[in-house]
Design a protein around this ligand. Structure first.
Ligand code: GUN
Length: 294
């Protein structure tokens, strides 16, 4: 069994990005500038956004954090998005999800200028992804592709089973693994809450990507010998530690890792890759804007 070490690979990527930023600085060019909007006080969301801003600083990007109260109306949020769309200093921005219930998420995501949509959540960018066009691939799926690529995990002709059809992970992952090229050329099965006999399907899988958010859901009996297992779960489970919780994945790691050929740990697998790929998308956004003399 080999660990797919997202912590290490994400550090490699951040170092590569830092070198690119240094070149921009040496040439007196603008450096990438990422903005993040967060609405409300959800602890996990605040932590994630904080990590994104910190990562920007680490690689030499500019960053702006826009904090809005949980009572923010949809109109107020749309106005802020319009401001960021029009702000030439901002190369890319994200609206941290989930949003409070008075706000229509789809309407918000559609208001983001696709050329600044570094999360890749705008329908235009999602469509471009499905059509193999240049786009911003959502950070978590992009991170998984990058792990598969850097570890040389064979995907061609393999049966990939994706568990969960969320717009952020499962759905895009199912599209990306079936695209032409590497990583891709996989035969994909997308499973979800209405799938019958899921273990019968997962035991046929060469690659399992689970993005469910149910701790220890994927048991050893559900995995065939030699399978590649990618765990996207990041559920906070209460414990006795100082923080009061630990992060738990969807995979029963101790037993599944004995059967897997490659496996991502939680924490330290897919999680750190997500932030690195958001930075990569922001660098791409800056390069595209430079081409347009912006
Ligand atoms: N909430 C959970 N994951 C994400 C993400 O990748 N981007 C944003 N904006 N919000 C999220």
């Amino acid at each position: 069994m080999q660990l797919l070490d997202g912590k290490k690979i994400s550090e490699d990527i951040k170092n590569e990005i830092t070198a690119e930023v240094q070149k921009m600085k040496d040439n007196n060019e603008k450096v990438p500038h990422l903005a993040a909007i967060i609405v409300g006080n959800d602890g996990a969301s605040l932590t994630y956004v904080g990590s994104k801003v910190k990562a920007c600083e680490k690689v030499g990007f500019e960053s702006t954090l826009v904090k809005m109260p949980s009572t923010t109306s949809e109109t107020e949020l749309l106005k802020k998005i319009k401001e960021l769309n029009q702000d030439d200093n901002i190369d890319g921005f994200i609206v941290q999800l989930p949003l409070p219930e008075q706000i229509d998420t789809q309407k918000v995501l559609m208001a983001v200028d696709p050329s600044k949509d570094v999360d890749g959540f705008h329908p235009e960018n999602f469509g471009r992804m499905a059509l193999d066009m240049t786009t911003f691939i959502p950070a978590t799926p992009f991170g998984i592709l990058e792990l598969l690529e850097r570890y040389g995990v064979e995907t061609q002709g393999k049966h990939t089973v994706v568990i969960g059809r969320s717009h952020i992970v499962g759905r895009p992952m199912s599209i990306l693994m079936g695209r032409k090229g590497f990583p891709g050329n996989s035969t994909v099965t997308l499973t979800h809450s209405y799938t019958k006999n899921i273990a019968q399907i997962t035991t046929q899988a060469d690659i399992i990507i689970t993005a469910l958010g149910v701790p220890n859901y994927l048991k050893a009996e559900m995995v065939k010998d030699g399978a590649v297992v990618i765990d996207v779960g990041i559920t906070r489970v209460a414990d006795e530690s100082e923080k009061g919780y630990r992060i738990t994945g969807d995979v029963d790691f101790d037993l599944v890792s004995k059967k897997a050929s490659f496996i991502t740990p939680v924490p330290g697998g897919v999680g750190p890759m997500t932030i690195a790929m958001l930075l990569k998308n922001t660098l791409l956004a800056r390069e595209q804007r430079k081409e347009r003399n912006l």
